[in-house]
Design a protein around this ligand. Structure first.
Ligand code: UD1
Length: 427
């Protein structure tokens, strides 16, 4: 008779297996373009972990809400960043904020209940981020309140402008997360001021910068500059290929492009720059729609998709670019003019001057390093900011922990927290 607790070992004549029996299940959610480069290095860190001798293995599940769905807004990034195919695609698409968030929540709930991960990782501040976190915060896997640990990557950033949908998403996501991974010191202060326990908060660096550092060299092989006629293909025997001076422009924020007068004002602020050098403008689909709607195509040249030479004084509109092409374009630009959040950080890391067409930023470290300035939305301010930044050369250090190792740091915290928490199904 077997004693209590004894087990029949059918293969007990074999040497004992390595004790890799603990498995943690992490689910990451992506939805929109700026999410992909923040999750990719985390998946890489998980692969590395599983290839090591660590006692626990990690199962990773990637969920794509489908908030962004165009080939150039989504698929291209999976190829460039070597991301695995999503395990689940929710296909939510476009819509009002309420509809998009609600659709994502409804579809995601079923996935969460089926997969029951130990940890849910959400990144950044898009509608998909909040939707997934909100579902996880209220779910119960066992009718006793068991739910995944919610980890927010890029927590604590604040623009203090609640008219920005992203600011609402950030605040709400932070307040329902269990682990908050912060990219810069201002995040620590903001979360402390909002009364969030310091035990939940970890300054780990920036996973988007992990991606940038990992892919910077490969981005050099991009041929986008040749395609745009900005890098001479024939090598000058002494100096090598020469890159023509050019500026890189991105604009997509509703506050900047959804109102005709505001949009026109911004374009007037950029007009001088486009007389001085080529201005390359990979246009977001919503921005392109507005340009047609507002009848302001005269500021632009080049049908998106064709890289024809443009006359001075007009902005050169091209299709949205994949990750590697865009990285190459940022790296060689004389100045980057943008209303994006992430680009402010990427230019700080690349030491490229940046002019941000906004009144505020949730990323003050970029201002502290001087690579970024806020220009506001008025033409005069934009002109002055561009002039100031065009002449500047940067040799700054990277902000603390922007060293390409944020993702392994995050993983370490996830593993140690999962070990301690009873929520983690497999521990
Ligand atoms: C979203 C994020 C924003 C981020 C931006 C990056 C929120 C609240 N906003 O804004 O923080 O900076 O992504 O791009 O989540 N569209 C397409 N194809 C696509 C995706 C969008 O044509 O693949 C068009 C649709 O007309 C859509 C519009 O773009 O209505 C806006 O897309 P949406 O995801 O709602 O917001 P973004 O402006 O892209």
């Amino acid at each position: 008779m077997l004693s209590l607790g004894a087990r029949i070992q059918p293969h007990n004549f074999l040497p004992p297996a390595k004790p890799r029996n603990i498995q943690m299940k992490i689910m990451s959610v992506v939805g929109a373009r700026p999410n992909f480069m923040k999750v990719a290095p985390l998946i890489m860190a998980i692969r590395e972990h599983n290839g090591s001798n660590a006692p626990e293995t990690i199962q990773h599940i990637l969920v794509h809400t489908g908030q962004h769905y165009d080939q150039l807004m989504s698929e291209a990034f999976f190829t460039d960043l070597n991301l695995p195919r999503p395990d689940v695609h929710l296909g939510i698409g476009s819509g009002s904020h309420a509809k998009q968030t609600a659709e994502a929540m409804r579809e995601f709930e079923a996935v969460l209940l089926t997969e029951k991960p130990d940890v849910l990782v959400v990144v950044g501040d898009v509608n998909s981020t909040l939707a997934a976190a909100l579902v996880a915060a209220k779910i119960s896997f066992d009718n006793a309140g068991k739910r995944p640990i919610i980890a927010h990557v890029e927590a604590g950033l604040r623009s203090f402008d609640r008219d920005m949908p992203e600011e609402v998403n950030r605040i709400l996501t932070d307040h329902i997360s269990d682990l908050l991974f912060v990219t810069e010191e201002s995040g620590l202060r903001n979360l402390a001021n909002e009364g969030i326990s310091s035990a939940k908060i970890h300054l780990v660096g920036n996973t988007m910068i992990d991606s940038l550092l990992a892919w910077k060299k490969k981005a050099e092989a991009s041929t986008i500059l040749e395609e745009l006629g900005l890098r001479r293909t024939v090598n000058d025997s002494r100096f090598g290929p020469r890159v023509e001076p050019y500026a890189l422009l991105t604009l997509h924020r509703p506050a900047n492009v959804d109102n005709r007068e505001v949009f026109r004002n911004i374009l007037e602020g950029i007009e001088d720059l486009s007389r001085d050098c080529a201005v390359v403008f990979p246009a977001h689909p919503r921005t392109r729609k507005r340009i047609q709607e507002f009848g302001i195509g005269g500021y632009f040249a080049g049908d998106p998709g064709t890289y024809e030479a443009a006359t001075p004084g007009v902005i050169r509109m091209i299709d949205p670019q994949g990750y590697l092409n865009f990285l190459c374009l940022m790296k060689h630009a004389r100045v980057v003019v943008t209303d994006s959040g992430g680009i402010q950080e990427e230019t700080t890391c690349l030491r490229v001057p940046c002019v941000t067409i906004r009144e505020n930023t949730e990323r003050p470290v970029t201002l502290k390093y001087g690579t970024n300035v806020l220009a506001g939305l008025q033409a005069a301010g934009i002109r002055a900011a561009i002039q100031k930044q065009m002449t500047r050369v940067f040799d700054n250090e990277a902000p603390q922990y922007w060293d390409g190792r944020a993702s392994p740091r995050i993983l370490e915290v996830l593993l140690s927290n999962c070990e301690r928490k009873s929520q983690c199904a497999s521990y």
